[in-house]
Design a protein around this ligand. Structure first.
Ligand SMILES: [Zn+2]
Length: 221
């Protein structure tokens, strides 16, 4: 769905299969965040095309973290003209835990290479200034992406509507997750797009969502 001149959001709503939400930011460096599972990339590209965005224009794909339901599609999208970025901590994590995860499902970890690493700080793409925020907890090197100009926040699997990402997977850490939620809750946000499930719209709803989650995590020390 086209949200504004530069922002497209594709929420995953098929309850029969797991896949992540995807965000596209158009501009000088057209960017796709979290393409999801490989098998759903081509229908995703079709939806983007219907909205007037040609996936051939993509220049960058970012993964908020390395779980296959966010990352797998990126391996197929990455090419000579499409760069791929994530945090270095997350790359290290996938090379270890990811390989084991794939092996436990009888698969071999796909080869991948990261073009550049994301860390805390600004990511400037043409005239768009995004802020990368390291939000470990659901996974060791997970990131969130804040777009201050539009008070828009992409939280990956750190924060959902009325929930947070699971911490029982390898590399999960409830204390870090709580700290990450606290960091994110300090931002001025009017649109929160999580890695799964519905978006949270409106500053007061976003605040209520953070309050709800903080209460939920009150016993994590
Ligand atoms: Zn995940």
């Amino acid at each position: 769905m086209k949200i504004s001149e530069h922002l497209y959001i594709y929420l995953w709503s098929n309850p029969r299969d797991n896949n992540c939400n995807t965000v596209v930011i158009d501009g000088k460096v057209p960017l796709l965040v979290d393409p999801g599972l490989n098998k759903y990339v081509s229908p995703l590209f079709q939806r983007m095309k219907q909205d007037g965005f040609d996936s051939n224009n993509l220049k960058l794909v970012i993964c908020t973290h390395g779980h296959p339901d966010h990352l797998e599609g990126a391996l197929g999208i990455k090419s000579a003209s499409v760069k791929m970025a994530m945090s270095q901590e997350e790359e290290r994590y996938i090379l270890d835990a990811g390989a084991k995860w794939y092996a436990s499902h009888g698969n071999k970890m796909p080869d991948f290479s990261i073009d550049f690493y994301l860390k805390d700080g600004n990511l400037i793409l043409g005239k768009h200034e995004l802020e990368i925020i390291m939000t470990p907890g659901h996974s060791p090197g997970g990131i969130s992406i804040y777009w201050p100009k539009f008070k828009t926040l992409f939280t990956g699997d750190t924060v959902f509507m009325k929930s947070v990402g699971r911490v029982d997977l390898p590399g999960g850490n409830p204390k870090l997750l709580k700290r990450s939620v606290e960091e994110l809750s300090k931002l001025k946000v009017e649109l929160l797009i999580p890695g799964h499930g519905p978006a949270v719209q409106g500053a007061s709803n976003v605040k209520a969502n953070f309050d709800f989650i903080k209460k939920m995590l009150a016993n994590v020390h």
